[in-house]
Design a protein around this ligand. Sequence first.
Ligand SMILES: NC(=O)c1ccc[n+]([C@@H]2O[C@H](COP(=O)([O-])OP(=O)(O)OC[C@H]3O[C@@H](n4cnc5c(N)ncnc54)[C@H](O)[C@@H]3O)[C@@H](O)[C@H]2O)c1
Ligand SMILES: [Zn+2]
Length: 368
Amino acid sequence: VALRSVVVELPIRPYTIHIGPRALARAGTLAPPSRDGQAAAIVADETTGQLFGAELLAGLREGGWRPQLVTVPPGEASKTLGVAGPLWGRLADLGLDRGSAVFALGGGVVGDLAGFVAATYMRGIDFITVPTTLLAQVDSSVGGKVGVDLPQAKNLVGAFHQPRAVLIDPGTLASLPERQFVAGLAEVVKHAAIADGGLFEDLARSAERVLTRDPDLLAGIIARNCAIKASVVARDPEERTGLRAVLNYGHTIGHAVERGAAAWGVLHGEAVAVGMVAESRVAARLGLSRADVPERLRTLLEALHVPTDVARSEIDVDLARRALKADKKIVGGTLALPVVPELGRAELTTAVPTDELVSEVEDLLRQA
Ligand SMILES: NC(=O)c1ccc[n+]([C@@H]2O[C@H](COP(=O)([O-])OP(=O)(O)OC[C@H]3O[C@@H](n4cnc5c(N)ncnc54)[C@H](O)[C@@H]3O)[C@@H](O)[C@H]2O)c1
Ligand SMILES: [Zn+2]
């Protein structure tokens, strides 16, 4: 089967996202080859290392690399300086030099952590993402945002470090826990809502087949998602013009829900789904979008089994409210909020007062 490819057209150095079966086994030819037998580190978590480490190791050996697998415990707790510190040391012990590369094999946690370590080791060495969660395949592995969490906040320390290539095998998703897969679908719906009305309709038509994780169907969907993210990233690689902010659709209320429900283990994608529906209701109420957007969003998310509300018993509303008010994007009581005037198109607006969002969060939770 032929691989699909999507190019991220960055001005200085474009890179290619390769999508299809056996992408890991073919890493030796898809990723930049080693110039002369250099050391490479595959950073994985224990789960992804166990599942896919051998295939990627073999693929890289064929490309002339001397790869070593380094694993960290699975979970967000690994995205910290306490884990990054020893990783830098491991790269040094393995003899990685400026011609070496770090391969991030796993979900967004591994991608952000390994990317951060690659961005800073020897002031930056090559980095290739090999995402294995749906969230990472459609979102976090493209765009170059890397970093770690601090006790004070998530993603507080980091860098922009664009990968040299992205290798995606949709077949890896077969082993992903159902809840993780479905949470990733929330970002798929987000991309469709902000940029591709045709994709939105295709998802509505094929929802049941999407849930079977048919790798060929997923390869097409992932490619369209990567193309959307790539085009936004190419126009605003380091989030300077504000353009890239449309990718935060649903994330203002989403982040507040994520904070408020963290103790109950809400996943990022689940919080974003709630956020998109809630933000779309505010936009429709203020006349900033077509009236049918909230219902169509909710219908598609539900067809894909993505929950669109949080139980009142599973969120600390005060914490959510405070998180919303402290949102770093809010300046002087208003914020540049992405809205979807009609499905398939997004724009930024400052016409939504923060109070409207706060009251929406309160209503939303009262109903749930
Ligand atoms: N850099 C960005 O632009 C960006 C964007 C969005 C999210 N993120 C970050 O991504 C992180 C979340 O990523 P995530 O949702 O991928 O979580 P994750 O990396 O923790 O992976 C979720 C779980 O799935 C397991 N797993 C991964 N692939 C598997 C597979 N194929 N089969 C079975 N199990 C598998 C992992 O071991 C882990 O336990 C957060 O830290 C978030 O901040 C970054
Ligand atoms: Zn997100």
